[in-house]
Design a binder for this molecule. Structure first.
Ligand SMILES: Cc1cc2nc3c(=O)[nH]c(=O)nc-3n(C[C@H](O)[C@H](O)[C@H](O)COP(=O)(O)OP(=O)(O)OC[C@H]3O[C@@H](n4cnc5c(N)ncnc54)[C@H](O)[C@@H]3O)c2cc1C
Length: 330
């Protein structure tokens, strides 16, 4: 048996970031993933946004989570030689009198998080504009981050679909005989798939399926993310991504006609240009009750979870993976 400190099951944003945080602390790990093409992390837009929602709510702990995330992704970029973290201002369009008065009321509280858009949005592309810019927004190219990490971790990565029966837990450790692995701890980082795992103790999922279009828009060159309730963000190669929908009843990764209609109408409302849809993707956001991440071990157990990254996984993963790695005793 190959002995490691921690077996991490799931190599999405949660598991991959936990692996990095373990490595930083000199802990050995095995990162096991079933290599699905479509997952929440592989579909996600990776946006980090200081103020969100109709009510213009400041993102929980943005002031400390954002600098932690920037430093973390920058460090991984320099270690792997890959580029996947992009500072990218976000222009928020205010759609109603209610949003406008909410913004005026909160403007002082937002401080440096907001400013006048500089430069203004091009009125030939965005017919209706009243809003503000968030200069400290950013975007993580999540698939690129995952792929660069996997390539870097090399022999520490394993491809397997881990079932509860594969795992033997004792008072002093965990074994995964099928992969010849033994560890002090095993942490499930499975996203919404944990809803089917009896070993993760009935996590209170409030999951939401999301869908995103990839579109080509000729003669268009806005490099910022623009949000009017839906967001439009550059994807490179003359393409943009437009999303995302929320559904609380369908938990498949299958794109739907309803979402396509919602998104096409949304894009026509935002942008005064013809567009061509070149792709549509869907996945389930692992949102848990309270909309906060869950980390830790089941009582007295060697088996734990890192889940609930919700719709803000890029922002939250570095800090909470660090807390979890700190909390796992030697
Ligand atoms: C449409 C959409 C848009 C989004 N936009 C944003 C955004 O703009 N900004 C942002 O920060 N977040 C966004 N998110 C949310 C973000 O993607 C999630 O918070 C994050 O991806 C969750 O990561 P995870 O690692 O917990 O789960 P996942 O990404 O689901 O990863 C779980 C991994 O575990 C593997 N796995 C599961 N079970 C097993 C098993 N038994 N054995 C082996 N491997 C297993 C899976 O194959 C997968 O690779 C978006 C999500 C969606 C769906």
């Amino acid at each position: 048996m190959h002995q490691v400190s921690v077996i991490v099951v799931g190599a999405g944003l949660a598991g991959t970031t936990l692996a990095w945080q373990l490595r930083r602390r000199g802990r050995s790990f095995a990162l096991v993933d079933k290599a699905e093409a479509v997952t929440s992390s592989r579909v996600a837009a990776g946006l980090m946004t200081p103020i969100t929602g109709k009510r213009l709510t400041k993102t929980w702990r943005y002031d400390d989570l954002f600098p932690t995330a920037v430093a973390f992704y920058r460090a991984v970029e320099s270690e792997t030689g890959a580029s996947f973290f992009h500072p990218r201002a976000l222009v928020r369009i205010l759609r109603s009198d209610r949003e406008r008065s909410s913004f005026q009321r909160k403007r002082a509280e937002f401080g440096d998080l907001v400013r006048e858009p500089a430069p203004p949005l091009n009125p030939a592309w965005f017919p209706v504009f009243d809003g503000f810019e968030m200069p400290t927004a950013a975007q993580l190219d999540v698939p690129k981050y995952l792929d660069a990490s996997r390539a870097y971790f090399g022999e520490h990565c394993f491809e397997a679909d881990v079932a509860p029966d594969d795992i033997a837990v004792s008072a002093d450790g965990v074994t995964l005989p099928r992969l010849g692995l033994r560890a002090d701890y095993l942490i499930f980082c499975q996203g919404f798939a944990a809803s089917q795992n009896p070993l993760t103790g009935d996590l209170p999922f409030r999951a939401a399926k999301g869908e995103i279009l990839t579109v080509r828009i000729d003669g268009f060159d806005e490099r910022r993310t623009v949000n009017n309730g839906h967001w439009l963000t550059p994807a490179g190669h003359g393409l943009w991504r437009f999303g995302a929908t929320y559904s609380w009843s369908d938990f498949s990764n299958t794109p739907t006609a309803e979402a396509r209609i919602e998104l096409e109408i949304g894009l026509k409302t935002m942008v005064n240009r013809p567009f061509e849809v070149v792709d549509q993707q869907a996945a389930v956001r692992p949102i848990l009750a309270g909309q906060k991440p869950w980390i830790g071990l089941a009582n007295g157990s060697r088996v734990g979870v890192f889940n609930g990254l919700g719709s803000k996984g890029s922002l939250m993963a570095p800090h909470f993976a660090g807390e979890l790695a700190d909390g796992l005793g030697d």
